[in-house]
Design a protein around this ligand. Structure first.
Ligand code: PHE
Length: 451
């Protein structure tokens, strides 16, 4: 059998992982989650979740991946724990599930780049969103977006994903910094910052049952955890470097980009005089163009900023979609011996088909997103935490020792076994209650039938 692929450089791995982490979650999902959950109060809980849960869990996924050196299902066979293959399987399923609707939103973004060039997206934001977000146009842009994703994944780790993300990630950061600088000059900026940055802890205390799971879900989704993606990416590591350093670099960059995106989005929204209150999937797509249209300069300034903004979102979305498809493709390649290119094409098309309901009706998209983040993700994270904490145990600590003399491995392991596990269990319980025991929020109530 031919040699398994590896990343060409350590930076390449880090950038690819950052590319996965930084995505629609940071720019599209984060603002509406923040606004739906009390603004800065949510931000604080989110940051705590990244630090206390996200970092231990990213190290757990890295330890599995690098130790096993194979896709996220076969990994458990390589670790001599074949009965635990379901852990990787849930993550792969979550990736496939998420890819389906993620690509629909990626398609909207593609359309919005064009819409900013022509100015149509800014002229009548609400009806534009209505026209492009659902129905045949959305199915077409969904197809385009997933085709680009397939194209990159088909080229493989080094020549596809690594090469692409090496350009994509730095562009995202540079362009966002420019946009944040611009946003700072807007009249509503101060209010936007206040909403985003000055927390009201009373809000957290009162609403912790909804804020905790939402912030937890957002933190893990944003770090691409619970999707077998980080297991898969770490499995392509060929050399032993410090996973602590890599994990930390990824978490910090991802958080930085999320906050940076907030510093762009919040002032833009407040400049328009309305807090980003309407929530839901459309928030960024309707409110941002509305705000852009009102910029001085006869619409042209708004159009230019719009093109840059949606280009950033597009690149961020693409580098994440790549990782979602890769987790699934790696499984087909490593476990079933299917060649990479046909696997990418076949699974990409399957993801496209699963995404059609979401492309036809945004209610379905919300439903897919909700179920993925509140059900699959916490269950997959729970499985990873139990597995690494209690089953892999010392072997995981040994794995982190390769490439690092840092002595925090045992403390990390105990944090997984106790604190992290407890928080994950609380989140699973709260979500379970929401999903299965509360009629108003329950996902057993599926969206109204497609019109
Ligand atoms: N982290 C990505 C984002 O924030 C989404 C993602 C989740 C990508 C899980 C891969 C795996 O948009």
């Amino acid at each position: 059998m031919s040699q398994r692929e590896t990343w060409a450089t350590r930076t390449g791995f880090i950038l690819a992982a950052v590319g996965s982490a930084v995505g629609l979650g940071n720019i599209w999902r984060f603002p509406f989650q923040t606004s739906a959950n009390g603004g800065a109060a949510f931000l604080v809980v989110y940051l705590a979740a990244v630090l206390l849960i996200g970092i231990p869990v990213i190290l757990a996924e890295f330890a599995i991946g690098r130790r096993a050196n194979v896709d996220a299902v076969k990994a458990f066979r390589n670790l001599d724990k074949p009965n635990w293959r379901f852990v990787g399987a849930i993550g792969i399923l979550a990736s496939f599930w998420t890819l389906s609707y993620y690509s629909v939103v990626g398609g909207w973004v593609t359309r919005y780049i064009a819409g900013s060039v022509t100015g149509n997206a800014l002229a009548a934001p609400e009806s534009y969103f209505g026209a492009v977000s659902a129905g045949v146009p959305a199915v077409i842009t969904h197809a385009i977006f997933i085709a680009v994703t397939i194209g990159i994944v088909a080229f493989g780790i080094e020549r596809g994903i690594e090469l692409a993300t090496k350009f994509m990630v730095p562009s995202i950061v540079v362009l966002l910094v420019i946009l944040a600088g611009f946003a700072a000059t807007l009249p509503g900026a101060g209010e936007g910052y206040a909403f985003f940055l000055s927390p009201d802890f009373g809000v957290v205390a009162e609403n912790w049952q909804s804020i905790l799971p939402a912030a937890f879900g957002q933190a893990l989704f944003s770090l691409s955890l619970g999707f077998s993606v980080m297991i898969t990416y770490a499995s392509y590591l060929g050399s032993d470097d410090s996973l602590y350093a890599d994990g930390l670099a990824i978490a910090i960059t991802n958080t930085f980009v999320g906050v940076l995106a907030g510093l762009v989005v919040m002032p833009l929204l407040f400049a328009q005089g309305v807090p980003p209150g309407e929530g839901g999937a459309g928030a960024v797509f309707i409110a941002i163009p509305t705000a852009l249209a009102e910029l001085p300069g006869g619409g042209l300034v708004g159009q230019v900023i719009g093109v840059v903004f949606f280009a950033v979102v597009f690149i961020a979305a693409l580098s994440s979609a790549i990782s979602l498809l890769e987790a699934v493709v790696a499984y087909a390649v490593d476990t079933f011996g299917i060649a990479r290119a046909p696997a990418a094409v076949g699974l990409g098309i399957a993801g496209f088909l699963l995404g059609i309901p979401s492309a036809l009706d945004t209610a379905w998209l919300d439903w897919f997103d909700g179920l993925g983040v509140t059900l699959f993700l916490p269950l997959a994270v729970l499985a990873v935490v139990v597995f690494v904490g209690w089953i892999m145990g010392g072997e995981a600590v040994d794995e982190l020792r390769r490439g690092s003399s840092l002595g925090v491995g045992p403390a990390w392991l105990w944090s997984l076994r106790t604190f992290v596990l407890v928080v994950v269990l609380v989140v699973v319980a709260l979500n379970f209650n929401d999903l299965f025991l509360t009629p108003e929020t329950g996902y057993y109530i599926v969206p109204a039938p497609l019109q």
